[in-house]
Design a protein around this ligand. Structure first.
Ligand code: RP5
Length: 164
């Protein structure tokens, strides 16, 4: 990992890491430098605002934000930067992440957050979506992304079902 991250991966709690590591893993697998942090919008709002400024000054191209419950992290980041914000709803104890999903997806008009699926699939896809955005200006990355897609297609093609 070089020290010039292109993607900031932020989550509201260390309890989110088990899910959010899927986003980081995709970025790592594609060789995209990232910075992963625990910063809470409600427990540490000043730290969040400072970090958004620092990360932007360092040249990050987008934020991936994972949070659960009344999940305002992605929306607050989106309100503070014009960089793309990719929101990942965390599974939650009482509502299984439906609260997180609605909190992230229902952004009022004017401040968009691109919202992904609840949990691990959403985190991984947010990482892949960040890769796709960066690949618009990086031919080598675009080729790696295409190869990744080809591999999935080949796996489907090679799938056989048990004979009854
Ligand atoms: C949110 O509250 C976090 O994003 C996390 O998903 C949820 C629970 O946090 P902890 O109580 O586990 O720290 O802010």
């Amino acid at each position: 990992m070089n020290n010039k991250p292109l993607v900031a991966v932020v989550m509201g709690s260390s309890s989110d890491w088990d899910v959010m590591r899927q986003a980081a893993q995709q970025l790592k697998d594609f060789g995209v430098a990232y910075d992963a942090r625990v910063i809470s919008a409600h427990r540490s709002p000043d730290l969040l605002f400072d970090y958004i400024g620092e990360a932007t000054a360092q040249g990050v191209r987008c934020f991936i934000a994972g949070a659960g419950g009344a999940a305002h992290l992605a929306g607050v980041i989106a309100g503070k930067t014009t960089l793309p914000v990719l929101g990942v709803p965390m599974p939650s104890k009482h509502l299984q992440g439906l609260d997180s999903l609605l909190s992230i997806v229902q952004m009022p008009k004017g401040i968009p957050v691109a919202t992904f699926a609840i949990g691990e699939a959403g985190a991984a896809n947010a990482g892949l979506f960040a890769v796709a955005m960066l690949a618009l200006n990086d031919d080598a990355l675009a080729q790696r992304l295409q190869a990744f897609r080809n591999k999935q297609a080949e796996a489907v093609k090679a799938t056989t079902l048990p004979v009854l």
